[in-house]
Design a protein around this ligand. Structure first.
Ligand SMILES: *Cc1c(COP(=O)(O)O)cnc(C)c1O
Length: 395
């Protein structure tokens, strides 16, 4: 246990030394199935040979030059993201929070350009947008804000999955410039909105000429069965942020903008030393190429459905299992009881999972998870949930 690191994390006493695909090994050579993928980051699994090769090759040539110069890998990555997303252009950062900072700056500048001096951004309860001052202020979780007042102003929190609340907020505040939301709330408990929610949000934003800004940091890069979650609908947002799985573990963030929103930030208005550097962009390009070459995203919906249906079958008689839901391989299982201790119990059985909101088991397995690994996940987790809820029923 090191004491030199700031105690900002509650860490498990597990140290991984290497991985391969969906598996990780610790320093005692114990094997674990990684069903959380570094919090939705390693979508192609660990030690993917194509990502490894791209990183090696790029580091032989150049790691960094700064954005004072043209970066070929950055241009190529932007082209690829634009063609996959239908958006217009991209700003690259190093993390999700920074991608959202760019989105927030676009919204405010868009407001000012339209004569709104005190722009207001509508955000959602139970959302998560990051840990910088602006993004924690936008986040709909009081724990994330606790102790950091004064917060950044200019955010109005309303209920998720409630288009009437958006209409009411706009009606009551003439300074609304944007709505910022996750297509599925991840940290907030895998909250999946009604199927027509995003389409309705798009229509409201069009009607009132405000920006629809989607935080796809967790839902993007194939997690839900489309490259971006909004692609399940026939809509394009004005702004879309990405990070987590974009370079399979090399830090990168991206803020994609569409049409009018794409020309809001001009020279000198935003920047980053590392953002879009050759190493991160080469890794991300390898991720996008691999997703395509191995046809990975097309299989995500069926994999998610298989896992959920199997768990459902095994736990159908357990009244403590309240709900099992998923879109693609973004999976939430609500129990009627607290289950945070299941994380450590599962790890001891060789399975890495996550619990959000105290009672929701969250699974974000790598998209490359295979049948045998899915069966191990289902069998191990179902048995643990059964045991956990049995114990509680009898005590
Ligand atoms: C993880 C996450 C962020 C923050 O990303 P960082 O890279 O940790 O800054 C923002 N929004 C969502 C939806 C996330 O899941």
């Amino acid at each position: 246990m090191t004491t030199s690191i700031m105690p900002t994390y509650n860490r498990a006493a597990i140290t991984f030394t290497h991985g391969e695909g969906a598996w990780l090994w610790d320093k005692n050579n114990q094997r674990y199935l990684d069903a959380i993928a570094g919090i939705g980051v390693c979508n192609l699994g660990h030690a993917h040979p194509k990502i490894h090769a791209a990183i090696c090759q790029q580091s032989e040539q150049l790691l960094h030059t700064s954005n004072l110069y043209t970066i070929v890998a950055q241009e190529q990555l932007a082209d690829s993201l634009i063609s996959k997303s239908g958006m217009t252009n991209v700003f690259f950062s190093n993390s999700g929070a920074e991608a959202n900072e760019a989105a927030i700056k676009i919204a405010r500048a868009y407001g000012h350009q339209n004569g709104i001096e005190n722009p207001l951004i509508i955000v959602m309860l139970h959302s998560f947008h990051g840990r910088t001052m602006a993004t924690l202020s936008a986040t709909g979780n009081p724990k994330v804000k606790q102790g950091f007042a004064p917060l950044v102003s200019g955010f109005l929190q309303i209920s998720f999955n409630d288009t009437d609340a958006i209409e009411a907020a706009i009606a009551q505040n003439s300074n609304c410039v944007a709505v910022l939301l996750e297509p599925i709330q991840g940290e907030g408990g895998v909250n999946i909105p009604a199927p027509d929610y995003l389409t309705k949000v798009r229509a409201i934003c069009d009607q009132h000429k405000i920006l629809m800004m989607l935080d796809e940091i967790q839902t993007g890069v194939g997690r839900t069965g489309e490259f971006l979650a909004y692609q399940h609908q026939k809509i394009i947002p004005d702004v879309c942020t990405m990070a987590k799985a974009l370079a399979n573990g090399v830090p990168i963030g991206a803020c994609l903008a569409h049409n009018a929103a794409a020309s809001v930030l001009t020279a000198g208005m935003h920047g980053s030393t590392f953002g879009g550097n050759p190493l991160a962009c080469s890794a991300a390009l390898a991720v996008l190429n691999t997703l395509e070459q191995e046809n990975i995203i097309a299989k995500v919906a069926a994999k998610g459905a298989y896992i959920c249906q199997q768990i459902q079958e095994k736990l159908s008689n357990n009244q403590h299992v309240l709900n099992i839901r998923h879109q693609g391989l973004m999976i939430g299982i609500d129990l009627s009881v607290s289950c945070t201790e299941l994380v450590a119990i599962a790890a001891a059985k060789g399975l890495l999972i996550n619990v959000t909101n105290d009672k929701t088991i969250r699974l974000l397995p790598p998209l490359i998870i295979n049948s045998a690994q899915m069966d191990f996940l289902v069998a191990t987790l179902s048995a643990l949930i059964q045991k956990h809820t049995q114990n509680l029923a009898t005590t």
